[in-house]
Structure formats: C-alpha cells, structure tokens
Design a protein around this ligand. Structure first.
Ligand code: CP
Ligand code: NVA
Length: 303
C-alpha cells in the first residue's frame, strides 16, 4: 500500500497491522530528518492536530497549509501542488472537497516515479483515517468478534462509507439508517452487501435494535452548507438521544467523529453519557496516524 485514499486500499491483514502498530508505545523515529506536507481545503481540528502530533512523535516535521494559501486548482492545479509537495516531503496528507482531487494528486506523484505516499485526510467520498481511529476504539471495547453490530444513524456520507468498508472487511455487522434520499447509491449498497452483513433502514429505531455501537455524524457535511435548512428538516427524527439509545444493546457505546452539533444528530446528554467514547475516538486519531506512518515507512519495531 503506497497511498491511502480509502480504507479498502488496505488488505484486512494490513488494516489489523496498522491498528497493532498504533498501540506501540515507543515507536522507532521513522520520520527523523523528513517532513510531511499536510494540505487542507476545509477546516480541521482533530485531523490536523492528530497528524502533526503523530509526525512529531515519529521524529518528523509536519508542515500544514490551509486552503487559501495553497489554492488547489485556483492558484495552481492539484497536479502541480502534488508535484511541488513531493519535492520536499516524504508523505503528503490532503483534505479536499472532491475525491478526484486526491486521485489526480496520486497520478501526478506516481508519474514522477516518486515514492511519496499520499494520505486522504477526508474527501467528499471517504475519511479512512477516521475509520482507523473508529476501529481502534471498537477493538478496545469489544474486540472484533463476528456478530458485533455497528449501527449508524444519519447521512450516508464519507465517514460511514469508510467505516462500513472497514467493519465489513473485519466481519462486523453494519446497519445504516438514513432518511429517504440520503442513502448510498444502489450500486454502492450492492457492493457493500457483497462484502458482508450490512442492512439499510429508514427507521433509526430498527437500525439500532441490539446494537453494540451507535454511531452518528453531522447532517450537513463541510461543503454542503447551502443544503443545511433542507437537511435539518429531512433528518428530523434521526437524533441519537436517550430514547433511541434505549433500543440499543444494554452495553452499547456511542461514537461520533466530531465536530458534534448538539440537538441535531446527537443530544448533549448522550454525548456526555457514560456510553459515549467520543474523546477516546478523538485521541485515537493521533495513535492511528502514528501507526499509519509507521506502517507506510516499512520499518517495524523490534518485538
Ligand atoms: N473528525 C474529524 O475529522 O475532525 P476534524 O474535521 O476537526 O479534523
Ligand atoms: N461528514 C463530515 C465529517 C467531519 C469530520 C464532513 O465531511 O464534514
């Protein structure tokens, strides 16, 4: 695996290895004397901070750039941005609007014959680094035993696409409740179904029945702000609150990639309940970034 654009760029064995490497307490400083370029077309709190901290912990220098100062496809093309960053950095992380921006960056870097790896830090289609942190969190609480059920309530978006793929690769059960019109396309639903046990619902209560994990994300993702009013009305009834949690398994945990919009996709009491593991998830963003860069470096800690 040279680039990570989506979680299924990894094999199951590679995915499990990254999770294991994420738990190495004193990893080798595999980024000593090298830098990692992190470019953000959209805002970020967790992703930027977790990446920068992880790179630093591995001995490297993170160089972060935010939207206006780079101007992907405005000041210069995505290809030229990628080729330029590849001249300086060992890895490039990019948070972009269109997923195609990432694939263009990958093509441009590969055409150079460069060994620079590109990591997706969120696109409109996927958020694989978030999925790694989510899986690390699920693993801590339950392990990956077959039959473990992850219920997602909300928009069928980048976050649940990556998480579903990861869960299905690991043999976990996924149920997704979205209002009509907010489901994955049929082709995509079929692809997910071909990978394992996944079910789609319009009724959140049905989806969470007996779930071990109840997950939600914002109704309006970055870039969709103009649809906010319509989405607020279309998602009415999809709030993860204590009534909905009562339908889940008695030991169910609550997950959210954050930022949370209190009173929309999640109620404050659920976010702050003892079932909520959202801060652990946020912390795991840093651990899995360390695991990912360690994995990509090819260096393995001595056992
Ligand atoms: N969960 C997540 O990616 O958070 P940020 O948008 O703050 O990076
Ligand atoms: N689905 C959200 C995730 C934020 C981390 C978005 O794309 O804005």
């Amino acid at each position: 695996m040279k680039h990570l654009l989506e979680i299924d760029d990894l094999s199951k064995a590679e995915l499990l290895e990254i999770l294991e490497l994420s738990r190495v307490a004193s990893p080798p400083k595999v980024l000593t004397d090298v830098s990692v370029g992190l470019v953000f077309e959209k805002p970020s709190l967790r992703t930027r901070n977790s990446c920068e901290a992880a790179v630093f912990q591995l001995g490297g220098l993170p160089v972060s750039m935010v939207s206006g100062e780079v101007g992907i496809d405005k000041r210069e093309s995505a290809e030229d941005v990628a080729r330029t960053l590849a001249s300086y950095h060992r890895y490039i992380g990019a948070r972009v609007f269109a997923h195609s921006t990432l694939t263009r960056m990958v093509s441009a870097v590969d055409k150079l014959g460069s060994d620079v790896g590109i990591v997706n830090l969120l696109s409109d289609a996927s958020h694989p680094c978030q999925a790694l942190a989510d899986l690390a969190t699920i693993q801590t609480h339950f392990g990956f035993h077959p039959g473990l059920k992850i219920a997602y309530i909300g928009d069928s978006n980048n976050v649940i696409r990556s998480l579903s793929l990861g869960c299905l690769m690991l043999g976990l059960k996924v149920s997704i409740a979205s209002p009509e019109g907010y489901w994955f396309e049929e082709l995509e639903r079929e692809r997910l179904k071909s990978m394992g046990a996944v079910e789609f619902y319009v009724d959140p209560a049905e989806a969470v029945m007996g779930a071990d994990v109840v997950y939600t994300d914002v109704w309006t993702s970055m870039g969709q702000e103009r649809e906010r009013d319509r989405r607020l009305s279309d998602f009415s009834g999809f709030t993860v609150d204590s009534n909905l949690m009562a339908e889940a398994g008695s030991n169910a945990i609550v997950m959210h990639c954050l930022p949370a919009h209190e009173g929309e996709e999640i109620s404050r009491d659920v976010l702050e309940s003892s079932a909520s593991v959202v801060w652990e998830q946020a912390r795991n963003r840093m651990h899995v970034m360390r695991g990912l860069f360690l994995f990509m470096s090819g260096v393995r800690p001595r056992s």
